[in-house]
Design a protein around this ligand. Structure first.
Ligand code: G3P
Length: 230
């Protein structure tokens, strides 16, 4: 599964990138809202090699296309995020004709998911948290989209977004979706070592210390010595 960080936390992005598990970064206007969003975008592009998804803010097809082309001029690694609305779908059609990749976003309903697949978008982001805010089980939205792919052969990749818990992430794996974007809180949960693991490693350490074995310290290897004398 492609793993994205949904946010602008520079240090966390660097850490995840060093682990080699970061596909890219997604943002939204709320996350990017600051005096100097361009500085943040530049930094997100410089600290990792993957795509950076930036949402357009236009209301009309023309505005959305203009903003998507503007973002693409800044860097071909910027993935414009286009909301799945009628004007957005019209903009997506023209961007596809221009061979410009984008992320269809803000899907919080079955009808938007249906429209996005019908439009044959490259990737669609479903906001699982906001879907569950409406008292609905996000699995239903994931299942609906996966069935659309299976029943009609759509190639659209599915991204789980607006994730609120590791449970949302694991639900995505149950359906075999292509990608997930995690906010800082959930990514930190993912990187947190379970207590049972810490306890196990501590026990290994103390057992090893008790054995007064200096294998790694001295670089001496009884086996190597054994082999040498064999
Ligand atoms: O990338 C989309 C995501 O940022 C939306 O998350 O939690 O604001 O629904 P949320």
């Amino acid at each position: 599964m492609e793993l994205w960080l949904d946010g602008v936390e520079i240090d966390l992005i660097k850490k995840i990138d060093q682990m080699g598990i970061l596909k890219g970064v997604t943002t939204n206007p709320t996350l990017l809202a600051s005096e100097n969003p361009m500085q943040i975008i530049d930094e997100l592009l410089s600290i990792q090699k993957g795509p950076v998804a930036i949402q357009v803010l236009g209301d009309t097809k023309v505005e959305m296309i203009e903003q998507a082309l503007f973002l693409n001029k800044i860097s071909s690694r910027i993935l414009p995020k286009i909301p799945v609305l009628p004007e957005g779908i019209m903009a997506m059609k023209e961007l596809q004709e221009k061979n410009l990749d984008f992320l269809a976003t803000a899907v919080i309903s079955f009808r938007q998911a249906f429209l996005a697949f019908q439009a044959g978008v490259p990737c669609v982001a479903a906001y699982l948290g906001r879907f569950s805010d409406e008292g609905k089980d996000p699995s239903q939205l994931l299942e609906f989209m996966v069935k659309m792919k299976k029943n009609y052969g759509f190639k659209t990749r599915i991204m789980a977004a607006g994730i609120r818990s590791l449970d949302h992430l694991y639900k995505g794996t149950e359906f075999g979706i292509e990608s997930a974007t995690l906010p800082k809180t959930v990514f930190q949960q993912l990187l947190t070592t379970p207590d049972s693991v810490s306890l196990a490693l501590q026990k290994f350490q103390s057992d090893w210390q008790e054995s007064k074995n200096f294998l790694f310290e001295r670089g001496e290897s009884p086996m190597r010595e054994g082999l040498a004398s064999a």
